[in-house]
Design a protein around this ligand. Structure first.
Ligand SMILES: Nc1nc2c(ncn2[C@@H]2O[C@H](COP(=O)(O)OP(=O)(O)OP(=O)(O)O)[C@@H](O)[C@H]2O)c(=O)[nH]1
Ligand SMILES: [Mg+2]
Length: 478
């Protein structure tokens, strides 16, 4: 269609754009119209393995020698993968080069903890599959990867509450927790109806944040508002300077009135924008889970993890939340992958049991997501394999072990974490029933350092099933 045919203005430009892109399809650059993007969300609770996952995934998409389970890579259809400026100018860029340098440099170490949302665009040039693949020429897919803390998803529940409800709720739940003793003592001293004084508000908010940190360390998951744990650049701002207060008349100018206002500001200026600007735009999602860590910590941590997963995943069934419903207007995350990370702490013989645990942990949530139209899957992976496998004999029994360098001392060590049951309910049921420790002893843990690598040309860092994760998450778009 040409301009002469009577089409004018924008429509003509669009038509011409399509025409031009059709003409240049054989070349390298195509117009924006033919360059679809896919937004991949990567989340999980603190230390679940998000940063290592993204770093290794991107490195392995750039050097695809270890990505044989990603069909487009196996078939040689990914012609190139390269980083490009991301579309969102105000979101911090995921520090890929620094993290990769930490993991694969001469003295390999794990990357630092990251506290906020970040983004990275990886562009893939792909030769289409099928008979006509050779005729149409390559196309581009922009993979926009968004790293965000799972804790932020827990804040969704706050949107349905006002300050008085929220306060009553929190105070009821924490009154018997030892971690809350300091905050509750500070609260006793305070008068909610007294005129607002910033130092008092700050002291209370600080005590409340300290309670949340302590509760978190003790394994509680209901630690919202999420930004109190990971304040990032909001640290010290009024929007994070509030705490729950006992019911009061909250007269004009009082502390209670001001805190109620700040609670609303937190919802409007922190929670809603996150869901609007990041969450609502995600097409595919991976939720990373350190199930082995919870197993090691014992049944209360396991039960807590199960509950936290349920709360996190509530965000993926928007039917339950009016705000999210309006925001998404029927748009859904199309695929959700639940991945147990750090599987290199286990010999591969035990990976099926690990996967069964993650399946059981996320069962409710997966059933609901499926109902809402999202495709789900679960697997165990290691983003960066830090161990090798070995069989050891102990008291005449063969123990499937892994061996690596200890992160703290750099000394070699072998680990047998314990035998995971075939049936995950042997773990989850006692955890649900409030058991304090596992019936069959305990599960060992060690922190291994990344191994020094000598990569052959075309090979990314060693991993376990990262390629399968990629195939599930976006293989259909390549
Ligand atoms: N052995 C092994 N350890 C891993 C792997 N991935 C992560 N880890 C360990 O888990 C820790 C946390 O990994 P990160 O990727 O930083 O986790 P995160 O979710 O980004 O953590 P925050 O940024 O603090 O929320 C690392 O420091 C490693 O000790 C893996 O594939 N193998
Ligand atoms: Mg991180």
């Amino acid at each position: 269609m040409a301009r002469g045919s009577g089409v004018t203005g924008l429509a003509a430009d669009v038509a011409e754009g399509v025409l031009r892109s059709a003409e240049t399809l054989g070349g390298v650059v195509a117009s924006p119209f033919s360059e679809p993007t896919l937004r991949l969300g990567v989340t999980g609770l603190a230390r679940a393995g998000k940063t290592v996952f993204i770093t290794s995934l991107v490195a392995n998409l750039m050097q695809r020698g270890r990505m044989t389970q990603l069909s487009a890579a196996r078939e040689g259809r990914i012609e190139a993968a390269y980083l490009q400026p991301q579309p969102d100018d105000t979101v911090p860029r995921f520090e890929f080069e620094n993290h990769l340098g930490a993991l694969t440099g001469p003295a390999p170490h794990w990357p630092d903890s990251t506290r906020a949302v970040s983004e990275l665009r990886l562009s893939l040039r792909i030769r289409p599959a099928g008979m006509f693949g050779g005729l149409t020429g390559p196309r581009i897919l922009h993979l926009d990867i968004i790293d965000y803390p799972g804790e932020w998803l827990l804040d969704l529940a706050l949107l349905d509450k006002d300050y008085a409800d929220w306060s009553a709720d929190v105070l009821r739940r924490i009154k018997s927790r030892s971690a809350a003793a300091g905050f509750l003592a500070a609260l006793d001293e305070a008068d909610p109806d007294a005129p607002h004084a910033e130092p008092v508000a700050q002291a209370l908010a600080k005590a409340f944040a300290a309670y949340l940190q302590a509760a978190r360390a003790e394994g509680y998951s209901d630690c919202t508002p999420g930004r109190f744990l990971l304040p990032g650049d909001l640290a010290g701002s009024p929007v994070l300077t509030f705490a729950p207060l006992p019911e009061s008349a909250a007269p004009r100018g009082s502390m209670a009135r001001e805190m109620a206002r700040r609670f609303e500001a937190y919802k409007a200026q922190v929670v809603r924008p996150f869901f609007r600007d990041h969450f609502a735009r995600i097409d595919r999602q991976v939720v990373l889970v350190d199930a082995l860590g919870a197993l090691h910590s014992g049944p209360p941590a396991m039960e807590d993890l199960r509950r936290a997963m349920g709360d996190i995943l509530a965000a993926f069934r928007p039917g339950t939340n009016g705000f999210l419903n309006r925001l998404l207007r029927g748009k859904r995350v199309e695929k959700i992958l639940f991945a147990a990370t750090k599987a290199d702490h286990l010999h591969h013989q035990q990976h099926p049991q690990m996967t069964a645990i993650i399946e059981a942990l996320t069962q409710d949530a997966r059933d609901r997501a499926r109902f809402a139209g999202a495709q789900t899957a679960a697997l165990s992976l290691a983003s960066l394999r830090a161990t090798t496998e070995e069989m050891r004999t102990h008291n005449g029994e063969d123990l499937p072990c892994v061996r690596g360098l200890l992160a703290d001392t750099q000394r070699p060590a072998a680990l047998y974490p314990g035998r995971l049951p075939e049936d995950p309910s042997q773990l989850l049921t006692p955890a649900r029933q409030g058991a304090e420790r596992w019936l069959d002893g305990s599960y060992a843990a060690m922190r291994f350092a990344p191994q020094p690598l000598t990569l052959r040309p075309g090979e990314g860092p060693p991993h376990i099933r990262l390629d399968r994760a990629a195939e599930f998450l976006f293989g259909d778009r390549l």
